[in-house]
Design a protein around this ligand. Structure first.
Ligand code: AMP
Length: 399
């Protein structure tokens, strides 16, 4: 069974083609800058990387280019596109409608459209990808996998904001949570690594990438999470600042020459690591610049870790007992500095790092980095959202 996973951004399409017989990746790639003169496709297959010259106006053209690459005489991996039996689409916002993956039908499309009000930048491109795939791969089963679904187990005590309750009823203002596929994937992997059933484990999973979020998981279910109505809340991120006093927005609107739109742009794209350091949104640059003596880069790292640690402590208090803390995402998987700072001086709370193991994590490696006597296991687990999307798609194809 060949399954294609698709993750559409406003001007990009990320894809992977799986052979589900052994869950191997036959091909994967990224199409970027759709609708511009500089459209680029980076296609990896058969151990080689090709960058064919191309042009594409929209997601439909883009998917056409991807499918042409998959069946290409030289670097293709299948003979006919009909061999793709199902397509798994990443959809960011499923609102309160979806608690798991679903086969796409007109009703599901309408529900995704309704959720687009809550995440227009994400759901609209996701819908464009679905439409393009339905047209190009008419015989394949189309499945939607939602970032929010894993957090559908949050109780009101965790998802209702302390705001006028009618805002929840009238406008859907609540915590939804994101990165669910990643948190769910690493939680399941952690259970495998620890050799215990997931439904017996309490875990804290920290997804630290361009976007950063953290989840408290009780017996396999998400019970609290740092992102909220949108992916702007919670931890410090590359260009988003996470938690802040809402009064800041109104203070700036009244006292600066910025419009609300400009303030929002700064909150989304010029805050976080980039905003504090003035240098970069990339943790590698921040760590390097800090070591080179740049004070604001050092401050950005300290603020990033300070916030992360606060959430780890809060979720330990919420869960009561914690079996494992998992680091994932580009920063979580690769930055020994961030991991060691995040758990420094938490021995009295049951977290004891094995410094050498932490330094020795190889790229792409899943590894336990806690000391043998650490009550809470500390794990690094590379995330694989695409694989979970493919697995959930496969599970629905038969039904
Ligand atoms: P992701 O969104 O999960 O792909 O993560 C991307 C982020 O991971 C980049 O912006 C970097 O900040 C971070 N990253 C990748 N490699 C490293 C590394 N070796 N050390 C620190 N951060 C890294």
């Amino acid at each position: 069974m060949k399954i294609l996973t698709i993750n559409c951004g406003s001007s990009s399409i990320k894809y992977q083609l799986f052979d589900m017989a052994d869950e191997s990746v036959l091909a994967k790639g990224l199409l970027e800058r759709l609708g511009t003169e500089q459209v680029s496709l980076c296609h990896q297959a058969k151990g080689a990387v090709v960058q064919p010259s191309c042009s594409a106006e929209d997601h439909r053209d883009g998917l056409g280019l991807i499918l042409a690459s998959l069946v290409h005489r030289d670097y293709g991996v299948i003979e006919r596109i009909e061999q793709i039996k199902a397509v798994g689409h990443r959809v960011v916002h499923g609102g309160e409608e979806f608690s798991g993956a679903v086969r796409i039908d007109p009703k599901v499309i309408r529900a995704i459209e309704n959720c687009a009000q809550l995440a227009p930048l994400h759901n609209r491109p996701n819908l464009a990808g679905i439409t393009a795939a339905q047209m190009a791969l008419g015989s394949a089963v189309q499945v939607a996998v939602f970032d929010t679904a894993f957090h559908s187990t949050l109780k009101k005590v965790a998802f209702i904001y302390a705001l006028p309750y009618e805002w929840y009823e009238q406008y859907g203002i609540r915590r939804y949570g994101f990165h669910g596929t990643s948190h769910q994937y690493v939680a399941a992997s952690a259970a495998e690594m620890l050799g215990r059933p997931l439904n017996e484990l309490n875990l804290i999973t920290a997804h630290l990438g361009n976007g950063c979020s953290i989840t408290a998981i009780r017996r396999g279910k998400s019970v609290d999470h740092s992102m909220g109505l949108t992916p702007a809340e919670g931890l410090v991120m590359g260009t988003r600042g996470g938690d802040m006093d809402p009064a800041i927005v109104f203070h700036l609107a009244a006292n600066s020459d910025m419009s609300l739109e400009q303030i929002n742009e700064a909150l989304q794209h010029r805050s976080g690591l980039l905003g504090i350091s003035g240098l970069s949104n990339d943790m590698r640059d921040i760590v390097q610049a800090g070591e080179d003596g740049q004070e604001r880069a050092r401050l950005a790292l300290e603020i990033f870790v300070h916030r992360l640690k606060k959430y780890i402590g809060a979720y330990m208090a919420l869960l009561g007992e914690v079996d494992g803390l998992v680091f994932t995402g580009g920063i979580g998987e690769n930055s020994a500095v961030v991991r060691s700072k995040a758990v420094a001086n938490l021995e009295r709370f049951g977290l004891r790092l094995d410094g050498k193991a932490n330094e020795a994590v190889a790229q792409g490696q899943a590894k336990e980095i806690s000391a043998a006597d650490s009550e809470v296991k500390i794990l690094v687990i590379p995330t694989n959202e695409e694989l979970l999307i493919a697995r959930q798609t496969l599970a629905l194809v038969g039904s």
